[in-house]
Design a protein around this ligand. Structure first.
Ligand code: SF4
Ligand code: SF4
Length: 247
């Protein structure tokens, strides 16, 4: 569906750090041009304006769903937007918010002590658990180019092609030394979706898997490599769980 500019766009934030919004705000050289084609109805990091009952062309959603009131807001949003796009790891899989799993009760008590019961929350989940999602922009945070390309593609009635290769391929293209081979570092690049130009390994830091898992991920082989590198099963589970990947 080709949308006629200016398209109405609402950026809605749930449980998150607002880092994804910040990535768009930091596209300073493109913001004036963006304002010509996008009518922003909601963007909590920059304006207190909220869209109410108006129909919206595109809803960009940041953050995971962690409370009944967030779930109500998400359902209301789905009813009024034509295209709903999950932005960033929290909206896609729950992200780092979902790190606390079995020990959630204990963690709540440690943080909130006697007030733990006053918080009506449930384990953080990506929005696709609850509503139909029309598009995804991965990353923690997403790449600026990917945010702009996605909005541009929506304006032209399409959606940018998804990367299907793993981060390792971008490492090879950049001629980076392999941290897993060279340093036995627990790099998740072999199973993680490319698109960040191997941002972390290019700086000597193992990939944390923030962009999610490639479709044809060979988890068994990665597990074997990690065990050879000296990781325990628990280490491996914790690394795989960091961005919502089931161990
Ligand atoms: S450093 Fe990580 S991403 Fe790069 S080639 Fe090695 S395993 Fe793959
Ligand atoms: S290298 Fe891995 S952790 Fe770093 S930005 Fe890319 S996908 Fe995310």
């Amino acid at each position: 569906m080709k949308l006629k500019p200016p398209i109405t766009l609402a950026w809605t934030r749930f449980t998150s750090c607002s880092g994804c919004q910040l990535m768009l705000l930091n596209c300073e050289s493109s913001l004036a041009e963006l304002a010509q084609v996008v009518a922003l109805r909601e963007f909590p990091l920059a304006t207190s304006t909220e869209c109410k009952d108006e129909e919206i062309d595109v809803g960009l959603v940041e953050g995971s769903i962690t409370t009944p009131s967030e779930l109500e807001r998400l359902l209301a949003l789905r009813r009024k937007v034509n295209l709903l796009v999950a932005v960033g790891a929290c909206a896609l899989t729950g992200g780092v918010n979902s790190l606390v799993r079995g020990e959630r009760r204990q963690a709540m008590t440690e943080v909130y002590a006697g007030q733990a019961d006053e918080w009506n929350t449930f384990p953080p989940q990506g929005i696709e658990h609850f509503v139909k999602v029309d598009g995804q922009i991965p990353g923690c945070p997403p790449e600026q180019g990917e945010l702009l390309n996605s909005i541009g593609a929506l304006l032209h009635g399409g959606w940018p092609g998804h990367q299907v290769m793993p981060v390792c391929m971008e490492c090879r293209i950049n001629e980076n030394p392999c941290l897993l081979e060279r340093d036995c570092a627990p790099c998740l690049g072999p199973i993680t979706l490319a698109g960040c130009n191997a941002r972390c390994p290019s700086l000597g830091v193992p990939c944390e898997g923030c962009r999610g898992v490639v479709a044809e991920a060979n988890r068994d082989e990665l597990r074997r490599l990690f065990i050879t590198a000296g990781l325990t099963e628990q280490d491996i589970r914790h690394r795989l769980e960091r961005f919502g990947e089931a161990p």
